[in-house]
Design a protein around this ligand. Structure first.
Ligand code: SAM
Length: 203
């Protein structure tokens, strides 16, 4: 079967990112994997923005290098980090783990491309294996809160907090296909915003 590769275009991810940034009054934003800054990066309404991409299609404010190279030299912390770079299992996992280290208190990570319906999209040039990294974190990381908005190819929200772990199972594509609502903890943007409003007022 041939896969039609549709490169990331403007979409609801921008609204999701901006809504979270607005409710939390975030001041700094990091985007791992910018591609065309006109699609998302330039539309993000946060005062201080940094992008990272070794092969962007146009200029942007940030670093023309891989995320590994960036993490090795970076000294900044960020309120909001959008992980949307190389979509292999290993790189997505590294990008999330490194992002957690440079996330401000009360910060949020959003991981793109975690929701899809066809297995052929699991190749790195499309959605890759980001879903699997999230699925594992849902089973192994009680100190994080993780929820996935099933919109714009999936935007998974990660915050410090707590979650009820998903039971340990032999993870497979078929499991994801059949149980992804619970596995990825499906949430709506409205539910996330309500949760953040409460947390913002408590902290
Ligand atoms: C899906 S596109 C990003 C789309 C963009 N975030 C948006 O919302 O419109 C993925 C980008 O990741 C970049 N990329 C590939 N490998 C990378 C790496 N190791 N580190 C950072 N970015 C990488 C690619 O050059 C590509 O431009």
């Amino acid at each position: 079967m041939r896969i039609k590769v549709v490169r990331a275009r403007p979409g609801n991810r921008t609204n999701i990112i901006n809504s979270i940034a607005e409710v939390m009054r975030y001041q700094s934003y990091l985007e791992i994997g910018v591609y065309d800054s006109m699609n998302n990066f330039n539309r993000i309404l946060v005062p201080h923005k940094v992008g990272v991409d070794p092969h962007p299609v146009r200029k942007f404010h940030g670093y023309m290098m891989t995320s590994n190279e960036f993490f090795a030299i970076n000294k900044e912390k960020f309120d909001l980090i959008f992980v949307d770079g190389k979509h292999t299992y290993e790189q997505c996992k590294t990008d999330i783990e490194e992002s957690l280290k440079i996330l401000n208190d009360n910060g949020t990570i959003i991981v793109h491309d975690t929701y899809f319906l066809k297995r052929c999209y699991e190749v790195p040039i499309v959605h890759g294996k980001c879903w699997r990294v999230i699925a594992e974190m849902r089973q192994e990381r009680p100190e994080l809160w993780i929820g996935t908005i099933f919109d714009d190819d999936g935007c998974t929200i990660i915050r410090r907090g707590s979650q009820q772990l998903y039971p340990k199972v032999q993870m497979s594509w078929v499991w994801y296909r059949d149980y992804k609502e619970d596995l990825m903890n499906k949430v709506t943007l409205e539910e996330v915003i309500d949760k953040l409003r409460i947390e913002r007022n408590v902290n």
